[in-house]
Design a protein around this ligand. Sequence first.
Ligand code: NAP
Length: 254
Amino acid sequence: MGLYPELRGKKAVVSGATAGIGRSIATLLAGEGADVAAMGRDMERGTAVEAQLREMGTDSFFTCCEVSSPEEVDAAYKDAADRLGTVDILVNCAGGFPRPALVSEYSVADWDDLMNINLRSAFLLTRLALPGMVERKWGRVVNISSGAALTVSYLTSSIYAAAKAGMLGFTRHVAAEVAQYGVTVNATAPGLTMSERIAKIYTPEMTADRAKHIPMGRLCQPEEQAYTVVFLCSDRAAYITGVTISISGGMVSM
Ligand SMILES: NC(=O)c1ccc[n+]([C@@H]2O[C@H](COP(=O)([O-])OP(=O)(O)OC[C@H]3O[C@@H](n4cnc5c(N)ncnc54)[C@H](OP(=O)(O)O)[C@@H]3O)[C@@H](O)[C@H]2O)c1
């Protein structure tokens, strides 16, 4: 039994749903009874996510897509919309950060790749999803940005921070465009979250060191990011639009 009965039967597209935060979002949405098109590239993980979401009694499925490719996004979105019937909810979660480096060490190709995966991908999917939401006068878009867009607590990557900050401006502006149609567009800014990616990179020593910078003294779990995203998709959040919610254990900017 979910928390938000109005989400039962809703149709959702979640990018980056084969791992980490995105997979938790897809799982919680399915737990509310929504059917989810779970986007990602890894076939093995995608098939496993699909099986998990279907076992929860939903008509969810995996759809393979490289989000930096406009052609692949167009094809995957069309496939998802055809199979779902409509798209009520879009969560732009696909993304990731590059190797930490000083700005002068990045190439133009590094910049372009990073922008395409983290920022352009949200543009590509949002422009496809919004017309139907506007027509039906109900829709939810949630963009997964990053605490790196809001504050600097330790050095990660300037180009990642730029892409994720771009997402926040995009969120605010698009939210204003569609607010009158019952469509909300919001962002979350996760702090360090123990997703697959982080688990692969962080040793216990690194984790403990990073935790010292976090007022709550620990890293976030992926479900703790997903709870807020699902709330933003609910009717309880109908009057919230254009905002960024920091989910960071207290690592907020002044
Ligand atoms: N974890 C954190 O500490 C943290 C903090 C702030 C913000 N975030 C943001 O939260 C989001 C999820 O992060 P995560 O840590 O959960 O990452 P993760 O465990 O590495 O999962 C990333 C997801 O994005 C998909 N993805 C990545 N690049 C893609 C591409 N080019 N095309 C299609 N799909 C792609 C992956 O799919 P495949 O593997 O199937 O390709 C996977 O499903 C990202 O946008 C990240 O920037 C994370």
